[in-house]
Write a protein that binds this ligand. Structure first.
Ligand SMILES: NC(=O)c1ccc[n+]([C@@H]2O[C@H](COP(=O)([O-])OP(=O)(O)OC[C@H]3O[C@@H](n4cnc5c(N)ncnc54)[C@H](O)[C@@H]3O)[C@@H](O)[C@H]2O)c1
Length: 334
C-alpha cells in the first residue's frame, strides 16, 4: 500500500482543529473525502483543506469513495451506527473518544470489527503526549519497580459547547465522559492493566443539574493496585491543570513537571528527564502522534494502540463509576 487514503466523517470542532490540520502534515496520507450533514460547513471545510470529494450522506461516501480508513468525529451518540456502517464496508476506523455513550454500544462496535476483520482505534490522545509516552517507557523499563498507585488531576474547560454535548443521552455523561474516560484509559495502561475489582465515584453538579461537572473516582484493581482520578470543568483555577503521578515499589514518576524519584542506597534521588515542550505543545503533539500511529497501523507498520478492546474495558469502568455515583456506594466489577 502506498498512501493511506483517509475519509473524515463529521467536520466540527475536533475535525477542524485537530484531525484535518494534522492529517495534512503526514506525508503518506491523502485526505480523500469528507462527509458532513451541514452543507455550508461541508463546503467551507473541504475548500479550506482542498478536498474534492465531499458528501452530505456518509453512506454515499462509503459507497463511492476509494478509501482505506475513516476517522469518525461526529457527536458521540452517532459513533455506534456510523462505526458499524464503516466496518461493514470493510474500512479501518479511528473513533473519537468516548467510543460510545455506553458499554453496550462499545461491545457492538467491538463485535462488528471482529466480524469484518477491521482495525479500530479509539482516540485516546493522552496516551500519545510526549510526556506520558516517556512515563510509560520509564515504568516499563523498571525504573520505579512495580507500579501500584496512579493519581491524576485534570481541570479544564469543556471540550465542546455544542448542544448535544450538554445532554446526557447524547454525550453519555459529563466530565467523566469528557476527561475521566481518558484518564481511566491512561492510568490502566501505565500500571499494566491489572483487572479492575471495584469502583467508587462522587459527583458534583455545580452549575448544571444534568451533567456532573466535578468527579472524584477510586478504582481498585487486583494486587492492591489503585487508581485515583479527579476531574472538573468547574473548579476555579487560573490555568488548566493536568497532573499525573505513578508510584512504584522503587520510586515514582510525575508529569508536569516531569520527574523521576528513585530510592538509591536509602536516599531519594531526583532525576529530571528533559522534554522542552510547553504544556500546550504536549497536548498538540499528542494528536499528531495519535494520527501517525493510526495510519501506521492501517499500513501494517505498528499495532493498534488504544484498541477497541481496551476501550470496551474502559467503558465497563465508566458505566460502573456512574452507577456508583448514583447509588452512593462502591460497585464491584466482574
Ligand atoms: N480527543 C479529544 O480531545 C476530543 C476533543 C473534542 C471532541 N472529541 C470528541 O469528538 C467527537 C466530535 O466532537 P466535536 O467537538 O468535534 O463535535 P461537533 O459537534 O463540533 O462536530 C460534530 C460534527 O458532526 C456533524 N455530524 C452530525 N451528524 C453527522 C452525520 N450523520 N454525518 C456526518 N456529519 C455529521 C455535525 O454537523 C458537526 O459538524 C465527539 O465524540 C467528542 O467527544 C474529542
Amino acid at each position: 500500500m502506498d498512501n493511506v487514503r483517509v475519509a473524515v466523517i463529521g467536520l466540527g470542532g475536533v475535525a477542524q482543529l485537530v484531525h484535518l490540520p494534522n492529517l495534512s502534515k503526514i506525508p503518506y496520507v491523502e485526505i480523500r473525502s469528507v462527509a458532513e450533514v451541514k452543507a455550508s460547513r461541508l463546503n467551507s471545510v473541504a475548500d479550506k483543506f482542498n478536498i474534492k470529494e465531499r458528501y452530505k450522506d456518509y453512506n454515499e461516501l462509503l459507497e463511492k469513495s476509494e478509501i482505506d480508513a475513516v476517522i469518525i468525529s461526529t457527536p458521540t451518540a452517532l459513533h455506534k451506527n456510523i462505526a458499524i456502517d464503516c466496518l461493514n464496508a470493510k474500512k479501518d476506523i479511528l473513533i473519537e473518544k468516548p467510543v460510545a455513550p455506553s458499554y453496550n454500544d462499545a461491545i457492538v462496535i467491538q463485535q462488528t470489527a471482529k466480524k469484518n476483520n477491521c482495525k479500530v482505534m479509539v482516540g485516546m490522545n493522552l496516551r500519545f503526549r510526549p510526556d506520558t509516552m516517556l512515563l510509560k517507557t520509564l515504568i516499563q523499563s523498571g525504573e520505579i519497580g512495580e507500579p501500584f498507585y496512579a493519581k491524576s488531576v485534570w481541570i479544564r474547560r469543556k471540550s465542546s459547547e455544542e448542544k448535544w454535548f450538554q445532554k446526557r443521552e447524547e454525550a453519555g455523561g459529563g466530565v467523566i465522559m469528557d476527561l475521566g474516560i481518558s484518564l481511566v484509559d491512561l492510568s490502566l495502561s501505565l500500571i499494566g492493566y491489572p483487572g479492575v475489582k471495584s469502583v467508587q465515584a462522587q459527583n458534583y453538579y455545580q452549575n448544571n443539574n444534568q451533567l456532573e461537572e466535578t468527579s472524584i473516582n477510586f478504582i481498585r484493581c487486583s494486587d492492591s493496585k489503585l487508581i485515583n482520578i479527579e476531574t472538573s470543568w468547574a473548579l476555579p483555577v487560573e490555568n488548566d491543570v493536568f497532573q499525573l503521578s505513578v508510584f512504584g515499589s522503587k520510586g515514582n514518576v510525575t508529569s508536569s513537571p516531569l520527574n523521576l524519584y528513585k530510592k538509591i542506597n536509602n536516599r531519594v534521588v531526583e532525576l529530571k528527564p528533559s522534554l522542552s515542550d510547553s504544556p500546550s505543545q504536549l497536548f498538540k503533539k499528542s494528536y499528531l502522534n495519535e494520527l501517525k500511529s493510526f495510519v501506521g497501523a492501517v499500513k501494517g507498520l505498528n499495532p493498534i494502540f488504544s484498541s477497541i478492546d481496551k476501550a470496551v474495558d474502559g467503558m465497563k469502568v465508566i458505566d460502573a463509576l456512574y452507577l456508583s455515583a448514583k447509588k452512593n456506594k462502591e460497585i464491584s466489577i466482574k
